[in-house]
Design a protein around this ligand. Structure first.
Ligand code: ME8
Length: 529
C-alpha cells in the first residue's frame, strides 16, 4: 500500500487580512508537503478558514454585511493569496460549508447521546451592554475588559463536555507517546499545568450570539467555536459522510498525520482535540509541530501598533523565494524570531544572491568558457579538495533528510547552505581560472567542473521544496532532464551528469538587493496591502 502523509495548518480566522505569521505556518506546511511528495508519499495537505464566532460576527456588523457575505469575501481573498504563493494544498475547508456543519452537528448529538456532553449551568461575570460572559481572569480591575463597565455574576444554561473523564487516558497517551509533540517542552508544560492537575469540564455551547453551528437538539445554542473548528481536521476528509474514503486512507490507515500550529493554540490542540478524538474512538494524530511567533522589534504584531506585515508587497517586490526562504531560515525552528527589513535584505543577499546564486553563476559561466557547456565526466578524486567536497555534500544531504523527517525545516536548509558555502570555498581553493591556463592541469579542471555541476544539481534538487523558482532556474540552466529532478536520482552518484550540455543562457538566479534603497522601500510598503 502507498505511504500516506496528512498535514494541516490551523484554520485561520478571517477577522482580518492574513499576515506573514499565517504565511509562515502555511509555508512550513507547504515545504513539508512538497518534501514528502518528493519522498514518494501520497500527501493530503489541508488548510482552511475558521469562520464562526462572535469575533467574525462583529467584523461583519462593522463592515455592514451579513456574516456569510463577509466570510465569502474573505474566502475569495485568502484562497487567492494561497494561489499566488503557490501553496500546494490538497483541500481548503471552510467551517460554514455543509460538509463541515453536518459533521459538527452529528458529533455534538453523538456526544450528547453517549453522555460526554451534558446540559449544565455556566456561571460567570456577565456584562449586560456587551452581552458577554467573562471569567474572573478576563476581567480588568473587576470590570468588563471590553467596555469597562460593571459586571454581575450570572448563570445560564450551557452544554459541557466531560473533559474530567478523560484526564487519565490523556496522561496515559502522552506517557506512551512522549515524542508526539515537537518541541517536547510544549508537551511538558501542558501536562504539568493543565492535565496533571485534572481537566475541567469544558463549556461547549454559547447563547450570547448566533453566528455558529446550531445545536440540533436546542437551536438557541450554537456550538463553541473550538469544538466546531477542531473537527475541520477530519470533516475535510469526509469523516461521517457518505464518502469517507479519504478519512479511511489518510487518517484511519494513514502512515503519518501531522498538525502544525503556533504556540498560542497548543492547549486546544494538545488537550481538547485528542479528547474529542478519544470520545469518538478515532486514532490520534502522530505529531503536533508547535512553532514560535514572528515578532517585531517592538513586540507582537498588532493592528493598533501598525506593525503588521503583509505578504503581498514582499512578494511583489522580491518574488516568492525570498519571503519563503527568509521566514523558514531566519525564524529559529520552534522559537520566536524577529522580522526586520534589515535582516530580510541581509539574509537574502548573503545566502541567496551571494552564496547559492554566486556559486551557480560563476560555476556555469566557467563551464561554458572552458568546456563549451559540456559537463566533464566524473573521474573520482583528482585534486586534493574533491574528496572533502563530496563528503561535505554527503553530510549535508544526510542532515537535510534527518532534519526534514523531524520537520525541522530551518536546520534542514541551514545544512544545505553550509554545503553551498563549502562549495564556494572549493572554487577559491581549486582556482579553476588558474588551472585553465595550465595544459597539464586539464584533468583537475575537468574534475572541478564535474564536482561543481554535481553540487549545484544536488543542492538545487534538495532545496526545490523551499526555493521553487530559483532552483528551477538553476536546474534549467544546467539543462537537467526531468527524470533526474527527484530525490531518488540523487543517489546515482557523480557520474549522473557526465556529458550533459548546459544551457547557453547563464544569468544570475537572484538579484542582489541594494540595502540603502530596499530597506526604506520595505518600510514604506510592507505594512499595508
Ligand atoms: O487561532 N507568528 O486562528 P488565527 C507565527 N482559528 N505564526 C502566527 C503568527 C505569528 N505572529 N500569527 C498567527 C486561530 N500565526 C484558530 C485556529 S485551528 C482548529 C483553529 C499562525 O487566525 C499560527 O499558526 O488566530 C497561529 O497558530 C495561527 O496563525 C493562528 O491563526
Amino acid at each position: 500500500m502507498d505511504k500516506t502523509f496528512y498535514i494541516s495548518t490551523p484554520i485561520y480566522y478571517p477577522s482580518g487580512n492574513l499576515h506573514i505569521g499565517h504565511v509562515y505556518t502555511t509555508f512550513m506546511c507547504d515545504v513539508i508537503a512538497r518534501y514528502k511528495r518528493a519522498c514518494g508519499y501520497d500527501v493530503y495537505f489541508l488548510t482552511g478558514m475558521d469562520e464562526h464566532g462572535q469575533k467574525i460576527q462583529d467584523k461583519a456588523i462593522e463592515s455592514n454585511v451579513s456574516p456569510q457575505a463577509y466570510v465569502d469575501t474573505m474566502a475569495t481573498s485568502i484562497t487567492s493569496l494561497w494561489k499566488n504563493l503557490q501553496i500546494s494544498n490538497t483541500d481548503f475547508i471552510r467551517t460554514t460549508q455543509p460538509r463541515h456543519e453536518k459533521v459538527v452537528q452529528e458529533v455534538f448529538s453523538y456526544f450528547l447521546k453517549n453522555g460526554d456532553i451534558y446540559l449544565g449551568q455556566y456561571e460567570g461575570w456577565y456584562c449586560k451592554p456587551c452581552e458577554t460572559f467573562f471569567t474572573n481572569s478576563q476581567l480588568v480591575d473587576g470590570k468588563c475588559p471590553d467596555c469597562g463597565r460593571e459586571v454581575s455574576k450570572e448563570k445560564e444554561d450551557a452544554y459541557f463536555f466531560k473533559m474530567s473523564k478523560y484526564t487519565s487516558r490523556l496522561l496515559d497517551f502522552y506517557a506512551s507517546h512522549p515524542s508526539c509533540v515537537t518541541p517536547s517542552s510544549r508537551l511538558k508544560e501542558v501536562v504539568k499545568n493543565f492535565i496533571e492537575p485534572g481537566l475541567e469540564d469544558l463549556c461547549v455551547s454559547r447563547t450570547s450570539f448566533d453566528w455558529g453551528i446550531k445545536v440540533k437538539e436546542n437551536p438557541s445554542h450554537v456550538v463553541y467555536v473550538w469544538l466546531d473548528a477542531l473537527l475541520n481536521y477530519i470533516s475535510a476528509l469526509g469523516y461521517g459522510s457518505e464518502d469517507p474514503k479519504n478519512f479511511e486512507k489518510y487518517w484511519l490507515n494513514g502512515t503519518e498525520k501531522v498538525h502544525v500550529l503556533g504556540k498560542e493554540i497548543t492547549r486546544f490542540h494538545l488537550i481538547y482535540w485528542p479528547v474529542f478524538l478519544m470520545a469518538l474512538n478515532i486514532p490520534l494524530p502522530d505529531k503536533f509541530v508547535v512553532h514560535g511567533w514572528i515578532i517585531m522589534k517592538d513586540g507582537k504584531m498588532s493592528k493598533s501598533k501598525g506593525n503588521v506585515v503583509y505578504p503581498e508587497p514582499l512578494i511583489e517586490m522580491y518574488g516568492m523565494d525570498m519571503l519563503r526562504y527568509y521566514l523558514l531560515r531566519e525564524i529559529p525552528f520552534c522559537e520566536d524570531g524577529v522580522f526586520t527589513p534589515e535582516k530580510f535584505i541581509e539574509r537574502c543577499n548573503a545566502d541567496l544572491a551571494n552564496n547559492y546564486g554566486n556559486l551557480t553563476h560563476r560555476s556555469l559561466s566557467m563551464m561554458k568558457k572552458y568546456f563549451n557547456g559540456v559537463i566533464p565526466h566524473y573521474m573520482g578524486h583528482v585534486n586534493e579538495f574533491d574528496e572533502a567536497l563530496e563528503a561535505s555534500l554527503q553530510l549535508a544531504k544526510k542532515t537535510f533528510f534527518e532534519k526534514m523527517d523531524n520537520y525541522d525545516v530551518t536546520n534542514a536548509i541551514a545544512a544545505i547552505f553550509e554545503a553551498i558555502d563549502k562549495a564556494n570555498k572549493y572554487v577559491d581553493d581549486t582556482r579553476p581560472w588558474a588551472l585553465a591556463k595550465d595544459e597539464s592541469k586539464h584533468d583537475e579542471l575537468k574534475s572541478v567542473m564535474n564536482h561543481l555541476a554535481n553540487t549545484i544539481y544536488t543542492v538545487s534538487v534538495l532545496l526545490s521544496p523551499f526555493l521553487y523558482e530559483g532552483t528551477k532556474k538553476a536546474l534549467d540552466m544546467l539543462a537537467i532532464p526531468d527524470n533526474l529532478r527527484n530525490y531518488q536520482a540523487l543517489d546515482k552518484g557523480f557520474n549522473n551528469l557526465d556529458g550533459l550540455k548546459i544551457s547557453d543562457e547563464i544569468t544570475p538566479i537572484y538579484a542582489r538587493l541594494d540595502a540603502s534603497v530596499e530597506i526604506d522601500r520595505m518600510k514604506e510598503k510592507i505594512y499595508t496591502r
